[in-house]
Ligand binder design. Structure first.
Ligand code: ANZ
Ligand code: ZN
Length: 800
């Protein structure tokens, strides 16, 4: 008997798959298709560790499983090669991002090959390749023409270490997502994509997606819809009005002052002369602080009085107008009506500056200063004709009343901000815009794409765009008038590259269009998308936006909602010694040596066995040996059957059918760990009374997880076609239903009852069932001193 020589087996099958084009995806699938994708990796210098493998193995298991169900598969792989990680790593390694990325990709490709996945390598893409980023620039131009890309001067998040701006999504708890530095604020002209135009659709469509609830919730909270009212407050002795957005129009009678954000344009127009100096000073200071800092709830409140007053439109009372930095310019209207009795921040502000506090909602219909600020719903008080109403009802009524007087309107706001896409960094796709002295801001002509990234620059970050250093790059001519013009020197956020790559996979070689529409239509939407939870509010939101926008432009039509990812699965993280596996924590297990020692199949198996794939799991260093032994035993067993075939016994047949049912259901529900357990149980149970054909069925069940191993045994069992061209086995429901046994229950040898039980029940279970039968009264208070069980026939209780 041949021994389990995984090295030659795995090499043999990987070569054979490649030579026969086994994983080549059709351009136009003509039957059921299955597009199975992993979030494509950025090629870091560190290479892959076993935590990365987990998702790649899972997606491959699913792709192979679907292939065995006759589906046509698209399972591609590529590299998110532009961006800060590659650039920072290149700086550290004293290399150029281009050379560094090339090397990193080579290493990644080699490691990815070890997985033995059914990737169609002919479709490999690299987002830093001009053939790719040409189309990233093209998509920019499309969005620009549609008014969805624009430039504006805005206070932006600035990372002093990375020396670049960050999108809101890249700021985590006030720190740079990449390097952890405290993010500051800078006033800069930047490029934005108008994702806010899609806020409502991005939110509502979530209801139709087969995504984990947790991820949907993260997106919902990020988009954060709030329903309220826009209310106008006239400014005393002027014809000006201050508009506020409030979610609590029910508290209007309690509005005792207003606060404007320091950036609010009306401040200059209403400020009383004796307050100018103080207000100006305050504004200057506030502008240095980031929004995230300003929003922190536990900060001491600061502010200044403008000397001006407004009229509360509901009761015509005069209220003072203040400036304070806890009001943000980027949300609502940048002005707030302040209700200290019912809002914590307003309450603290009123206490500090001694402003009036009027309670207008109460839990029992009475004033109760001790419970302020009172944030809950309740009964209206101190609110004239609205007294006694529930605050919920008053919300509607007060807004209606003011709407009739044209002083208010219902309004919905979103927290979502436009996506800031320009970066003052080198390693990205140049933004295809030029500035002409005559024509101003002009988009590049499509036929001039790609705008190549120049190489004659020092790419280390200095706070200003490195592209500016290249005269050759910067100097150009205006596409409209032909006069000299300069290029935009910022590059695009890498999330722009990754917002459409899944479309390119359907037609990666196309030089005429970003991808042939028929090919996109044939493969999209993605049937299974696998990646970590960390991209919930970044990549997954951006990609949905770009798909919707391109759909609206008529460039895509595969889904009426424009949604690219039908089903999303979040893979759990791998931990080692209680910490998330990562190079920086020094707790990395690399797959290479495990593959060398135990084989790719054993590692694939352990990746699926280490825990439920939707949960984080602790890596056990020796865990892989259990899987390896299982493969080795299965190997020996199968070879024995091959050499000495017999008929399948009834007992084995039942086990086989039960295992088919169990493994099928487990894979369908992403329970790979229990699928493997069932396979182990089955082989423990089997005796050698099993036919080759029946054994082949069980080998097929193993094949998505252990593809090389299964191919080899399949061949040994006499097949000359790849196992993946065969069919997933069916089970026979009749054979699963277990047979019954009649058991005689005796007490001291006398027959007392007869029961019918499933034949697969063991002694303990039969004992339990017997003790609840009629014999209870025969035993009574007597003590059981011995139980004699004759399997499947008799159970005798000896009592005294
Ligand atoms: C009056 C009021 C009374 C409010 C009350 C709350 C409680 P969400 O739910 O996040 O939409 N607000 C509005 N614009 C703001 C800005 N630019 N900066 C800081 N705060 C702002 O929050 C809406 C509420 O946040 C609004 O409702 C407003 O305060 C405040 F008892 O208006 B409210
Ligand atoms: Zn011009």
């Amino acid at each position: 008997m041949k021994k389990y020589d995984f090295k030659s087996i795995e090499k043999k099958w990987q070569t054979r798959w490649e030579e026969t084009g086994a994983h080549k995806a059709e351009d136009y699938p003509n039957k059921d298709k299955f597009y199975c994708l992993d979030f494509f990796p950025y090629p870091s210098g560190e290479g892959l560790h076993v935590g990365h493998w987990r998702g790649y193995v899972l997606s491959d298991v699913m792709a192979r499983y679907q292939k065995l169900h006759g589906k046509q598969i698209l399972h591609p792989m590529g590299y998110d090669a532009f961006g800060l990680p590659a650039e920072n790593a290149a700086i550290k390694a004293n290399s150029s991002p281009k050379i560094f990325t090339k090397k990193a990709i080579e290493r990644f490709r080699k490691q990815l090959h070890q997985i033995g996945a059914m990737y169609d390598w002919k479709r490999e893409i690299n987002s830093s390749d001009p053939d790719y980023y040409k189309w990233t620039q093209w998509i920019f131009l499309k969005l620009y023409q549609a008014g969805l890309a624009y430039r504006k001067k805005a206070p932006v998040n600035w990372c002093p270490t990375c020396q670049t701006v960050l999108a809101n999504e890249q700021v985590l708890a006030g720190e740079c997502e990449r390097c952890g530095t405290k993010v500051t604020k800078k006033e800069l002209t930047q490029w934005f994509f108008k994702i806010t135009k899609y806020a409502e659709r991005l939110l509502n469509n979530l209801d139709h997606l087969n995504w984990p609830e947790r991820t949907k919730t993260l997106q919902r909270n990020w988009i954060a819809r709030s329903d309220g009212a826009l209310i106008k407050f006239p400014v005393v002795e002027t014809n000006l009005e201050i508009e506020v957005f409030t979610t609590r129009p029910d508290t209007l009678f309690g509005a005792t002052f207003m606060v404007l954000a320091p950036e609010h344009p009306l401040i200059q127009k209403i400020i009383a002369s004796q307050h100018v100096d103080e207000v100006e000073k305050y504004i200057l200071k506030a502008k240095q602080k980031s929004d995230i800092f300003r929003e922190q709830a536990d900060r001491k409140k600061t502010g200044v009085f403008t000397g001006a007053y407004a009229i509360n439109p509901i009761n015509q009372k005069k209220i003072p107008i203040w400036v304070a930095d806890y009001v943000l310019t980027s949300y609502g209207t940048g002005a707030v009506m302040c209700v200290p009795a019912h809002d914590l921040r307003d309450f603290e502000f009123a206490k500090k500056f001694d402003l009036p506090i009027i309670q207008v909602i109460s839990d029992d219909g009475h004033d109760n200063p001790k419970i302020l600020p009172y944030i809950d719903k309740g009964v209206m008080i101190n609110s004239d004709q609205f007294n006694g109403l529930s605050s919920e009802a008053a919300k509607e009524k007060i807004t209606h009343e003011l709407k009739n007087q044209k002083a208010a309107d219902f309004q919905t706001n979103y927290r979502l901000r436009d996506w800031l896409i320009s970066r003052q960094r080198y390693w990205g796709a140049p933004i295809p815009i030029v500035y002409c002295q005559t024509c101003g801001e002009v988009p590049v002509r499509v036929e001039d794409l790609p705008i190549l990234l120049p190489e004659d620059v020092e790419f280390k970050p200095k706070g200003d765009s490195p592209l500016k250093q290249s005269k050759k790059f910067m100097q150009t001519t205006c596409p409209y008038c032909g006069k000299t013009a300069t290029r935009e020197s910022d590059t695009m956020d890498t999330f722009v590259d990754s917002s459409w790559y899944f479309l390119r996979f359907t037609d990666p070689g196309n030089t005429k269009v970003f991808a042939d529409k028929r090919k996109i239509d044939a493969w999209m939407p993605i049937d299974l998308y696998i990646g970590g939870i960390e991209h919930a509010t970044m990549h997954l939101l951006y990609a949905r936006f770009v798909s919707m926008a391109l759909s609206d432009l008529g460039l895509l039509s595969f889904d009426k909602l424009g949604e690219p990812f039908n089903k999303l699965f979040n893979i759990g993280l791998i931990y080692l010694h209680g910490a998330k596996m990562s190079k920086s924590k020094g707790n990395v297990v690399v797959p290479d040596s495990l593959v060398e020692k135990f084989g790719s199949d054993a590692l694939r198996g352990y990746e699926m066995f280490v825990g439920s794939v939707d949960q984080d799991a602790e890596w056990q260093i020796s865990g892989i040996t259990g899987i390896y032994r299982f493969l080795e035993n299965t190997w020996k067993f199968s070879n024995k059957i091959q050499e000495n075939e017999s008929k399948t016994s009834n007992k084995n047949l039942i086990q086989i059918n039960q295992t088919i049912k169990k493994v099928t259901e487990d894979i369908e529900n992403f329970r790979l760990n229990t699928a493997i357990s069932s396979l182990m149980t089955a082989f423990n149970f089997f005796d050698t009374n099993i036919s080759k054909a029946d054994l082949a069925k069980i080998i097929t069940l193993m094949s998505p997880i252990f593809p090389h191993f299964a191919e080899e045994l399949w061949e040994i069992l006499g097949h000359n076609q790849s196992i993946f061209n065969s069919k997933w086995p069916d089970y026979d429901e009749k054979l699963i239903r277990v047979t019954k046994n009649k058991i005689a229950i005796q007490v001291n040898g006398k027959l007392r009852d007869l029961i019918e039980v499933d034949s697969n029940l063991g002694e303990t279970q039969i004992k339990k069932i017997s003790l609840t039968s009629k014999i209870q009264k025969n035993i009574g208070k007597q003590k059981i001193i011995k139980i004699i069980y004759i399997p499947g026939k008799i159970i005798n209780f000896v009592v005294q």
